[in-house]
Design a protein around this ligand. Sequence first.
Ligand code: G3P
Length: 228
Amino acid sequence: MKKPIILVNYKTYETSYGKRGLELAKTLERVSIDTSTEIIIAVPATMITRISQEVSIPVYAQHVDGLPEGAHTGAVLPEHIKDAGARGSLLNHSERRVRLDEMDDALKRMKKLGLESVVCVDRYELVVPMGLLYPTAILIEPPELIGSGVSVSKAKPEVITNAVKEIRKVEGVYLIAGAGISSGEDVFISIKLGSDGIGVASAVMKAKDPKKVVESFVLEALKAIDQK
Ligand code: G3P
């Protein structure tokens, strides 16, 4: 059975850093081990080292710059995140867009370093063009639903079904769907529609009991995969 991908983007929520960020990582690691699911966490750059030293689940950066080493104040390079212990990075999130040439530069460097990459797109029409840069996965998220609590699975299922059709034209790239994912049912629908998993932020980062939330996501994800 294929493992569903659950990608938790920490963003800059108040639970994303320090002791709380680390505790959340440990909680998600527990769920991942107990359920044999792939839970990826995309954490603030300053937390990569600390978290990746303490947990075994994949730790991603939320962004990298495709700039060469040298005089680039404030840039975070693929080499930096690899050295810090990251397994990969998000790229081109709606909240952190990058130019296409910069993305290509970053992806090429990441590949050379053996880093995974999840490129975000806001519409299905970009699945093939971005997919042809061969990231590890494409994460499709309609920006208007991000953080809304209204899921792409329920509000815009056609975005997922169209994206799934498109990703089939590109070999070896996973398709993840996100934006507003809040319940196990949202996860179930997304995977039933053909995605390989989901991306989530607010429903986990703002939850009183993130373990419960992620457990319900994983449970429904496994159920959906089972029924495929
Ligand atoms: O990267 C995932 C993220 O943008 C989704 O955010 O808060 O709608 O789950 P949210």
